[in-house]
Design a protein around this ligand. Structure first.
Ligand code: P6P
Length: 327
């Protein structure tokens, strides 16, 4: 089952579907293949290393970051299905190039998340979030983009790991496709992914532990205590690449935390194109995502690049983390 056929099969379930959304999803799979090709040969082509430029986050932009960003803008901008784009790499909304039709969707992108790991050959990922526009016509505006996560009509990621996987949801479960490079097609490999109710893995940057709030410190210490009844201690796994850490927990169960701390009082991860799409996916897979106090999908965004604390994963683990954080 190829991803294109699966998208069309899902479309048939939706009365009145015009095929635009399906074609938008398919253009993302095309971008995924093009980016895969460059990621796979990054070590060989002189595409490794930094361009020296900085993005709006003040982070050094690597050439692969830029490449992924440009490929996604090219392919999506010309798809005719989008009226505006936003990306981690650009401070403002990205208008659709002159001469191309404006569509009814907005796409928010982290073109290559975790890219500081590329030189070490660590898995990186592309994250996307899709909203339907609110304004009636013309170029998309901030009003179209600053929508709460529960209004997403689709979200997903491409994981450039030992194989390239595309995982997405359009509100009817979470489905995973693995790229078969011999045929150049994404094939259905993980139908209707469900995250285990409770895991045995916690994923957090312990280097920040002295900056955490007391509740977070108490929770992480709790996970480390020996207790056969509640199946502790947990194992610690931290890749430092959100898509890779998320994907492992989605399949095995567990919890990922990037809490607020004294250095990042709003957390580090961005709401619109990291926390919200991942929260959409995790809820579709039976898990939870919160700031520790508030459901991620309920947050009304106020800025394009705003940051939020993110506690995400197996239902029972997130509820337990919230209990400690709120104490
Ligand atoms: P830290 C990568 O830069 C990223 O945005 C996410 O992919 C990842 O989860 C997080 O930051 C890692 O941050 O501070 O632990 O290096």
């Amino acid at each position: 089952m190829t991803i294109s056929r699966y998208i069309l099969e899902q479309q048939r379930e939706i009365p009145g579907a015009t095929g635009e959304f399906s074609d938008l999803l398919s253009t993302i799979t095309l971008a995924a293949k093009v980016i895969t090709r460059e990621v796979r040969r990054a070590g060989l082509a002189n595409i490794l290393g930094f361009t020296g430029a900085e993005n709006v986050q003040g982070e050094k932009v690597t050439k692969l970051d830029e490449f992924a960003h440009n490929v996604l803008l090219e392919i999506l901008g010309r798809s005719g299905h989008v009226c505006a784009l936003a990306s981690e790499e650009e401070a403002d909304l990205i208008p659709i190039p002159e001469g191309y039709p404006l569509g009814k969707y907005i796409v928010l992108l982290d073109p290559l998340d975790g890219s500081s790991n590329i030189d070490a050959n660590v898995s990186v990922g592309t994250i996307f979030s899709i909203h339907r526009r609110i304004t009636k016509e013309g170029r998309g505006t901030l009003e179209d983009v600053l929508q709460p996560g529960y209004k997403q009509v689709g979200a997903g990621y491409i994981l450039y790991g030992s194989s390239t996987m595309m995982v997405y949801s359009t509100g009817h479960g979470v489905h995973g496709f693995t790229l078969d490079p011999t045929v150049g097609e994404f094939l259905l490999s993980h139908k209707n992914i469900r995250i285990p109710e409770k895991g045995k893995i916690y994923s957090i940057n312990e280097g920040n532990s002295n900056r955490w709030a007391k509740g977070v410190q108490n929770y992480i210490n709790y996970l480390k205590e020996e207790d056969k009844k509640t199946d502790r201690p947990y194992s610690s796994r931290y890749i430092g690449s959100l898509v890779a850490d998320f994907h492992r927990n989605l399949l095995y169960g567990g919890i990922f935390l990037y809490p607020a701390d004294s250095k990042n009082p709003k957390g580090k991860l961005r709401l619109l194109y990291e926390a919200a799409p991942m929260a959409y996916l995790i809820e579709q897979a039976g898990g939870l995502a919160s700031t520790g106090y508030e459901r991620i999908l309920d947050i009304q965004p106020t800025e394009l690049h705003q940051r939020v604390p993110l506690i995400i994963g197996s239902r029972e683990d997130v509820l337990m983390a919230e209990k400690f954080i709120r104490e």
